[in-house]
Design a protein around this ligand. Structure first.
Ligand code: LMR
Length: 397
């Protein structure tokens, strides 16, 4: 039977990782995959996580299953981290929640629940969006459409176009996928005022927000990065949230994530929980626990939590500092728009107005690795290679 399989090209981001790894140029600059790197170019295990791992190593008594919806304490602490411990949706038991295998697993669980509840739902995604959003959500059997978002000339959000498009084409009951912060791949986020308007718009039109919160804590700060999520939950009756601990806890390969479904009432949340359990069972039976237990330990232990908050601040500030340096280096005649965007955007990514040919040229002639769409991961740069990076970008432009 397997001779009938059709070969598939690897995912563009995975392909880029492989190409960069194979490049022997010692001065290569890896701005590809969305993984945080320190000034030495390493993706280290956080100290808070390492300490939690040590405590856990002594305390863990069994590797037996935890449950189909995963580690309940991890889920509770994560909800409190994202929404604030005193949020009424938590007190009212209106939230169905399950651990997902990373943010991707969480997105998939959310998509499957939508499919079970209303199979004809259309999910709207920004143009552009994370390369895996469309395959991941549509393979649950949902229809997907796009709304305008990033303007490749101004390098900002086309907010009015976004709302106009959704007003004209999306129907009540449709789901709108929003990046809670640190938009991947553009770094262009909605302002607090825009979040206020989006939340009201969704409520008035009966649209359901699905917030992907993959980089929270790495944009401007925990409060700022969860403003959109909290605003939407305050205003809309039904919201889905897919959160990831890959980036903010640097737990990439441990696959730690969470899906939260905020429902109209506690009875509906109970049913949604039963659906999440059933879907998880059908997909992977039980989620992995190691990473979730480490996050639980960090969040529940005041000393570890303090260390983690400091580490998160350090990662965030390093990226802001690199943005500032790159922005200054690009701020020459003809580079002003990019310079401003790089400085103002959030998180790991910015999408530069480069053509596919220019991105390939950067790769082939300068050993600078970024996606063909022009996305850079700023954490892959450092203060010593930024002048060369800026020069190469201006050169290909
Ligand atoms: C990225 O966007 O580069 C990351 O989220 C990693 C991935 O799996 O694509």
């Amino acid at each position: 039977m397997f001779e009938y399989l059709v070969p598939q090209p690897p995912d563009a981001i995975i392909q880029l990782m492989q190409a960069c790894k194979a490049d022997t140029n010692p001065d290569k600059i890896d701005l590809g995959v969305g993984v945080y790197k320190d000034a030495a170019g390493s993706t280290v295990i956080l100290d808070s996580v390492k300490k939690a791992e040590e405590i856990y190593w002594h305390q863990e008594k069994t590797k037996s299953y935890v449950g189909i919806r995963g580690n309940a304490e991890f889920c509770r602490l994560m909800l409190e981290l994202m929404m604030g411990a005193d949020h009424s949706a938590i007190a009212d038991n209106r939230i169905a929640v399950a651990q997902g295998a990373g943010g991707s697993g969480a997105l998939r669980l959310g998509a499957e629940v939508i499919k079970s509840a209303a199979p004809d739902t259309t999910v709207w995604a920004s143009t552009p969006t994370w390369a895996n959003h469309i395959p991941l959500i549509s393979s649950a059997g949902l229809k997907m459409e796009s709304y305008p978002y990033y303007n490749r000339e101004t390098l900002g959000v086309d907010f009015e176009d976004m709302l106009d498009h959704l007003a004209k084409h999306a129907k009540a009951g449709d789901v709108v996928l929003l990046h809670g912060c640190c938009h991947n791949p553009t770094g262009a986020d909605l302002s607090p005022q825009e979040w206020d308007r989006v939340a009201k718009f969704m409520k008035e039109r009966g649209l359901i927000p699905f917030i992907d919160l993959a980089y929270f804590g790495l944009g401007r700060g925990m409060a700022e990065d969860t403003y959109g999520l909290k605003t939407v939950i305050d205003i809309c009756d039904e919201v889905l949230v897919a959160a990831s601990c890959s980036k903010n806890f640097a737990l990439y390969k441990e696959r730690v994530g969470l899906i939260a479904i905020i429902c109209k009432d506690a009875a509906t949340a109970e049913v949604a929980n039963s659906q999440l359990g059933l879907i998880q069972r059908k997909l992977i039976s039980m989620p992995p626990d190691h990473g979730a237990s480490l996050v639980e330990k960090v969040l529940a232990t005041p000393e570890l939590r303090q260390i983690w908050e400091n580490e998160l601040t350090e990662m965030r500030e390093r990226m802001r500092g690199l943005r500032q340096l790159l922005s200054e280096a690009l701020n020459v005649q003809g580079g002003e728009v990019i310079a401003r965007a790089v400085k103002d955007q959030n998180g790991m990514f910015s999408t530069l107005p480069l053509s596919k040919g220019q991105a390939i040229k950067l790769r082939e002639e300068h050993s600078i690795y970024l996606t063909n769409s022009g996305r850079i991961n700023i954490a892959g740069a450092n203060s010593s290679n930024i002048p060369r990076l800026a020069e190469a970008i201006l050169n290909v432009l």
